[in-house]
Design a protein around this ligand. Structure first.
Ligand code: 3HC
Length: 311
């Protein structure tokens, strides 16, 4: 009965246990998960573009091989997350159509251009670093398939973050031109990376419900603060300067005070007005159209195999 299953669901969440695909769940819990997991998957797939631009221009064979592995990992993360979303009763086609028709989002961060090789380092250090800060708590999310997908993805993100950090360490300890390139990259990627964590808690539409369901385990501002506190010592080791004159340790708070990103810019980028939105979506549409023959062939093959089985 209605109130029995709701009581059962509430008890599972309360006890920090997992909700599984075949369990009863409130409609808005299901819809909230489809929204977040699908947009997470879209982010992974679109995120392949900015870095993919540099595979053919990596400075050494070793860097090329590492970057190739990372971009392939992102594709895998996307497929993992689409599979997790499908356990909620949506199809891959519905999700891909929602992205291509602009009815679902992907992370704002991928609408910024990768102008130099140092940007590949900054994306690894900052963007994958931010992803780790955001995704480690998601390993404890109440929905089983999403939490389990995160455990595997977080392991690979650590490799992504380290390889980016090592690129910047090489550059920041290299020639004056290389140092300048690394500093320029940090200057351009710092604030968009802080914005990745979402609007401030006071403007977050989903946080209250999402935290009540134990999907989101820490608020946007909490994770943003955690990210800043993590990056400050790392920037020191790189010998690079975080572009925030008001960044300083606050003994009382036990955290760094810092300048917030421009949330109006975040909302503009999310609404489609970022530097690369049109390019990213055109590329995604083109890849989808050019891949139509593969989907048709796979469907045809599956149909033939099924009819052979019946015969
Ligand atoms: N980019 C795009 N949209 C964003 C955003 C961002 N950085 N931050 C917030 N939004 C959107 C939300 O999706 C929501 O819009 P919607 O209702 O249309 O979905 C709206 O702004 C309000 O934000 P909320 O804080 O209320 O939304 P959430 O509670 O969903 O919090 C979030 C936003 C923290 C991004 C959360 O959705 C989340 O944790 N998602 C999973 C992590 C994720 O998607 N990461 C993508 C980063 S890229 C990545 O991980 C790839 C790696 O390999 C680098």
């Amino acid at each position: 009965r209605g109130d029995d299953v709701q009581a059962w669901f509430d008890a599972v969440i309360e006890a920090d246990q997992k909700v599984e695909p075949r369990d009863w769940m409130p409609d808005d819990y299901r819809k909230g998960l489809v929204r977040q997991i699908a947009q997470h998957a879209h982010s992974e797939i679109i995120g392949m573009q900015p870095e993919g631009n540099w595979i053919s221009r990596a400075p050494t064979l070793k860097r090329k091989a590492i970057l190739l592995a990372k971009v392939q990992d992102e594709a895998g993360h996307g497929l993992y997350l689409y599979a997790a979303a499908e356990t909620l009763g949506v199809t891959r086609e519905e999700l891909v159509d929602a992205l291509i028709e602009g009815r679902q989002k992907y992370s704002s961060i991928f609408n910024y251009p990768t102008l130099t090789w140092a940007d590949v380092g900054a994306i690894g250090w900052l963007v994958d670093g931010a992803a780790i800060v955001n995704q480690v708590p998601l390993c404890r999310c109440s929905y089983g398939p999403y939490a389990r997908a995160m455990i595997r993805i977080c392991k690979e993100e650590s490799f992504h973050q380290r390889q980016g950090y090592e690129i910047l360490h090489t550059l920041s300890h290299g020639t004056p031109e290389q140092r300048a390139m690394a500093q320029d990259s940090l200057d351009r990627w710092w604030y968009p990376s802080l914005a990745m964590f979402g609007p401030p808690d006071t403007q977050s539409t989903h946080s209250a419900k999402s935290m009540g369901w134990k999907i989101k385990r820490h608020s946007n501002d909490e994770l943003r603060q955690r990210f800043v506190d993590m990056c400050v010592p790392q920037a020191k080791v790189l010998g690079l300067t975080i572009p925030d004159p008001d960044l300083r340790w606050n003994d009382e708070r036990g955290h760094h005070d810092f300048t917030e990103p421009d949330y109006a810019e975040l909302m503009r980028v999310v609404a489609g007005d970022g530097p690369c939105n049109a390019e990213r979506m055109a590329h995604r549409r083109r890849a989808h159209d050019e891949g139509a023959w593969v989907r048709e062939a796979a469907a045809e093959y599956a149909e033939k195999a099924a009819s052979r089985k019946k015969a």
